[in-house]
Ligand binder design. Structure first.
Ligand code: GLU
Length: 298
């Protein structure tokens, strides 16, 4: 199948050094496979989005010479597709209405002898699986069952017991917003994405997304999760901890720093197009090597 990759930033702020690593890796992998590279602005969580950030991110990518091969998709325009997917899942009995508040979930977990730990995953105990029993519908959840195994091209074999570690998870929130998991899976399928290349902080979502792909009967792409850039305090660089936006007065320096995180050796080149071409050759060399660090995987 012809390779189709994507970079899918949430416009909650500008790109920083960490997000450029994922953007560059997804672009390089698409180019090295002779495939298409798409950009999708994930503005489904409107309250978290910053006005103008989507356009600004596209301008940052363009300044780095990273141009999408097809028109950019914006998730705010995709509501009907998400509603249709929810409808299908509900009709098939794979998604159901949940009337639990967070306090209800905590009370049910405590009653079951598994109190929710601060910062821990709030594993949904399945209270509304058998029906609302008089509760008002709030969220919509996906019914999950058992363990998901998958192979990451960089991290190797991965496994998550979704039922035990996550529980039936939210597809539509109580405030009516569609969850990231639903939007990303519906859009990756609609865009025919064969390869997801993104930051390692998102690896933990993969099992949920595979479960959702199976429930919807759509293909699961291959995955490659890229190394994170750490702030001086050792935490992942993120918009939340105030990572500085990329300084694009010198895009080559920003790209060289991103390439170094990926372990890429790119010969110094005079111009941006020359540097990018050399980086594609370096990336292609890695994936063609017998001890390929980025496995072609399943
Ligand atoms: N929009 C997500 C984020 O910026 C990334 C989604 C993805 O690549 O799957 O965190």
């Amino acid at each position: 199948m012809a390779y189709r990759g994507r970079f899918a930033p949430s416009p909650t702020g500008l790109l920083h050094a960490g997000s450029l690593v994922a953007a560059l890796a997804s672009w390089l992998d698409a180019r090295a496979h002779g495939g298409a590279w798409l950009v999708r602005i994930e503005d489904v969580d409107a309250p978290r989005c910053v006005a103008g950030a989507g356009e600004a991110i596209l301008a940052q990518l363009a300044a780095c010479g990273l141009h999408p091969d097809e028109p950019v998709w914006w998730q705010h325009a995709r509501g009907e597709a998400y509603a249709a997917a929810l409808q299908r899942l509900r009709a098939a009995g794979q998604a159901y209405d949940c009337g639990c508040t967070r306090a209800d979930v905590d009370a049910a977990l405590a009653a079951a002898g598994r109190p929710h730990q601060r910062f821990g995953e709030r594993v949904y105990p399945g209270t509304c699986r058998a029906g609302l029993r008089g509760r008002t519908p709030r969220a919509v959840r996906l019914r999950v069952d058992g363990r998901i195994d998958w192979v990451d091209r960089r991290l190797g074999p991965q496994s998550q017991d979704l039922a035990a570690e996550v529980g039936d998870f939210v597809l539509q929130r109580a405030d009516g917003l569609r969850a990231y998991q639903l939007a990303v899976v519906v859009d990756d399928a609609a865009q025919g994405i064969t390869d997801v290349v993104r930051g390692e902080d998102l690896a933990d979502n993969t099992a949920r997304q595979i479960a959702l792909q199976r429930a919807l009967g759509v293909p699961t792409p291959r995955h490659l999760h890229t190394p994170l850039v750490r702030a001086a305090d050792g935490h992942k660089l993120s918009k939340q901890n105030g990572a500085a936006p990329l300084d694009l007065r010198d895009p080559l320096a920003a790209l060289a720093a991103a390439a170094a995180v990926l372990g890429l050796r790119v010969e110094a080149a005079g111009s941006l197009p020359d540097w990018l071409a050399a980086a594609v050759v370096a990336w292609a060399g890695i994936i063609a090597a017998p001890d390929n660090r980025f496995q072609e995987g399943t």
